[in-house]
Design a protein around this ligand. Structure first.
Ligand code: SF4
Ligand code: SF4
Length: 379
C-alpha cells in the first residue's frame, strides 16, 4: 500500500444518503485501509459534529458506515472532537455532547460513543517539546492507536482552505494549542466602517471588545454634545475597540461583523504563521499513530463549519465533487483542492480569500515529513 495513493469516488448534489453510504463503504473496502486496525485498538474518528445553526455535511449515517467497518476490523471506534475557543455550545464537553446528540450523533445511530478529547473544559491536555518550543494537544490523543479524520473540505477565513491537516491540527489540539496556533492573528476595527452594533462584542469569547462612544466627526472640542460622544441630534456615536492584550486571535469578530469593519492586521503573515503552526501540530498529533484521512468534497462553502450564521444556509461555491481517502493528509488535501479547482475552472479558495496563500499548510506539512503533495489518484 503506497502512502501517496488517493482513492476517489464522485458524488452528485443532493445524492441520497443511502447512495453515499454505499459508495463510502465500497471505496473504503477498495483501499484496504481496514488492515491498519488491529484487534482491540482504540480508534478515534475525528470530525466536526455541526453547530446549533449549522447541520454537519458529514451525516451521522456516513459515520455509521465507518464505525461498522472499524468494528469489522476488530477496533474499538468512538467519535471525537475538542472544545473550541470561540463562543459556542462547543466550548465545554457537556453542552458539546448535547449538541452532538441533537445533530444526530447518538450512540444508537452511530453504534459507538462520542468522547470529547480534551476533557470537560479543555483541562485534559498533553504538552510536547518540539524544535520550536512546545505544542499542547488533547490529552486523549496519547492513548489512541488509530486516528481516522473525517473532514468536510471548505474555505476558511484564516487559512483560505480547511481540510484534513486543519481538522487534525486545530481539531485535536487543546485550548492552549489552539491559542498558540492563533497567536499571530491580530484583528483591528476600521473605525469609519464600524456601525457600533456590538455584534462582535457579543461574540468575543475573551471579552476583548468594547463598544464605546466616540467624538463625532463634527465635534469642535468645545463642550458641545459632540464632545461628549453625541451626534448633533443627541444620539451617541459608538465604535468597537479591540483590547489587544486580551485578544487571542480566534477570528470570531471578523467572521460575525455584518459591515466588514474588522480586518486582520498583516493578514498574509498571520495566515502564514497559523498554517505553519498547524503543520507542526499535525506532525506531533499523528506521530507514532496509524491514521487515515477521508475528505468529503461536498457542499463546499467559502466559510468553515464553525461559522453557523444565517441559519447555516451558506450557498456552496461549486457542485459536489465526491469522497477522497488516503493514508497521507497532505496528499488527500492536495488532491481535494486539485479536483475542486479543476471542476470550478479556477482556484476557488484563492478567489474567496484573496489575501491568503492556503498552499502554505500543504508545503509546510510536507516539509516536516508528514506527507507529500505528489499523489496518485485512483478513481
Ligand atoms: S466592528 Fe462590526 S460587529 Fe463590531 S460593532 Fe462595529 S459594525 Fe458592529
Ligand atoms: S479575534 Fe480577538 S477580539 Fe476578535 S473575537 Fe477573537 S478574541 Fe475577541
Amino acid at each position: 500500500m503506497k502512502d501517496n495513493l488517493v482513492y476517489f469516488t464522485a458524488t452528485e448534489n443532493n445524492e441520497s444518503p443511502k447512495s453515499v453510504c454505499l459508495k463510502l463503504k465500497s471505496l473504503f473496502k477498495k483501499t484496504g485501509f481496514g488492515k491498519i486496525i488491529k484487534k482491540g485498538d482504540f480508534v478515534a474518528i475525528k470530525m466536526h459534529m455541526g453547530e446549533e445553526k449549522k447541520k454537519p455535511t458529514i451525516s451521522p449515517l456516513f459515520v455509521r458506515v465507518i464505525v461498522d467497518l472499524v468494528k469489522e476490523s476488530g477496533g474499538r471506534p468512538f467519535v471525537t472532537d475538542t472544545n473550541v475557543l470561540y463562543e459556542s455550545v462547543r466550548e465545554n464537553a457537556v453542552d458539546h455532547l448535547g449538541l452532538a446528540e441533537k445533530n444526530g450523533f447518538s450512540y444508537q445511530l452511530l453504534g459507538c460513543p462520542v468522547i470529547i478529547a480534551d476533557g470537560l473544559v479543555g483541562e485534559n491536555q498533553l504538552t510536547i517539546k518540539t524544535e520550536n518550543g512546545y505544542v499542547s494537544i488533547a490529552g486523549l490523543v496519547k492513548r489512541l492507536d488509530v486516528i481516522i479524520a473525517l473532514t468536510h473540505c471548505t474555505g476558511h477565513l484564516l487559512t483560505g482552505y480547511g481540510g484534513a491537516i486543519k481538522n487534525i491540527a486545530m481539531g485535536l489540539s487543546s485550548r492552549g494549542g489552539k491559542l498558540d496556533q492563533h497567536s499571530d492573528v491580530k484583528p483591528e476595527v476600521i473605525t469609519q466602517d464600524c456601525q457600533g452594533c456590538r455584534i462582535c462584542e457579543t461574540y468575543c469569547p475573551a471579552d476583548a471588545i468594547e463598544t464605546r462612544p466616540v467624538r463625532s466627526p463634527s465635534s469642535k472640542g468645545d463642550g458641545s454634545p459632540a464632545k461628549a460622544g453625541l451626534t448633533s441630534n443627541g444620539v451617541k456615536d459608538k465604535k468597537a475597540f479591540i483590547i489587544t492584550a486580551k485578544c487571542y486571535g480566534c477570528g470570531e469578530c471578523f467572521a460575525v461583523c455584518p459591515h466588514n469593519a474588522i480586518k486582520v492586521d498583516k493578514w498574509h503573515s498571520a495566515s502564514d504563521s497559523i498554517q505553519k503552526k498547524m503543520a507542526l501540530y499535525c506532525r506531533e498529533i499523528l506521530r507514532d499513530k496509524r491514521s487515515y484521512f477521508i475528505n468529503f468534497a461536498m457542499n463546499i462553502t467559502k466559510n468553515c463549519d464553525c461559522i453557523g450564521e444565517g441559519g447555516g444556509a451558506e450557498k456552496p461555491l461549486i457542485d459536489d465533487i465526491g469522497i477522497l481517502m488516503s493514508l497521507d493528509p497532505v496528499a488527500v488535501d492536495t488532491a481535494s483542492i486539485d479536483l475542486i479547482n479543476k471542476k470550478a475552472g479556477k482556484d476557488i479558495f484563492k478567489t474567496a480569500w484573496q489575501e491568503i496563500d492556503y498552499t502554505i499548510q500543504l508545503m509546510e506539512t510536507e516539509r516536516l515529513g508528514v506527507g507529500t503533495r505528489r499523489y496518485d489518484l485512483v478513481h
